[in-house]
Design a protein around this ligand. Structure first.
Ligand code: DQA
Length: 154
């Protein structure tokens, strides 16, 4: 009996507002790696793990919501650094809650060790978990977490 061929697992990486400026923007907080540097490293990890990777950045809340809606039934996990939308967006939270795709929230900086307004995330309650404070390494840690989820591990 032949078993059905399994589709390659897909991970969607979303970046919100101002993250297109990584490397140049407040490097003492966010580091010197550009978003392209980070995405190149993630692409190499995805290749090694045999998963498909799609990356998308937008400064527009609605564009991110559109991508999350489109991921329903298509992506197996989402990594999201929402930037400042973390602290403001009920719309992105509702999109994640509605998409039914396990989602990991990540931040370069430790948002809990900064200004008070950054401590609250509208997204955290609808995400599997949150990774924050490891600089560009937060993306690689979140990717590792996504692989665990895809592999059926918590
Ligand atoms: C950030 C933290 C947010 O508070 C901030 O608005 C960002 C980046 C981070 O990755 O550390 O734009 O999400």
């Amino acid at each position: 009996m032949s078993s059905k061929p399994q589709h390659k697992k897909r991970i969607l990486v979303l970046n919100g507002c101002n993250l297109n400026l990584l490397g140049a923007r407040e490097p003492e907080i966010y580091g010197r790696d550009t978003l392209a540097d980070i995405e190149t490293r993630l692409a190499a990890l995805a290749k090694k793990a045999g998963v498909e990777l799609e990356c998308f950045q937008s400064n527009h809340e609605g564009a991110l919501i559109d991508r999350i809606q489109q991921a329903r039934g298509k992506a197996d996990a989402i990594l999201i650094n929402p930037g400042a939308f973390t602290h403001t967006s009920v719309g992105i939270r509702d999109a994640i809650a509605g998409a039914g795709v396990p989602t990991i929230e990540l931040h370069l900086s430790n948002i809990h060790a900064r200004e008070g307004f950054r401590r609250h995330s509208f997204l955290a309650p609808v995400c599997v978990g949150q990774i924050a404070g490891f600089g560009a390494g937060s993306y690689e840690l979140a990717f590792a977490a996504a692989l665990r989820i895809i592999g059926g591990r918590p």
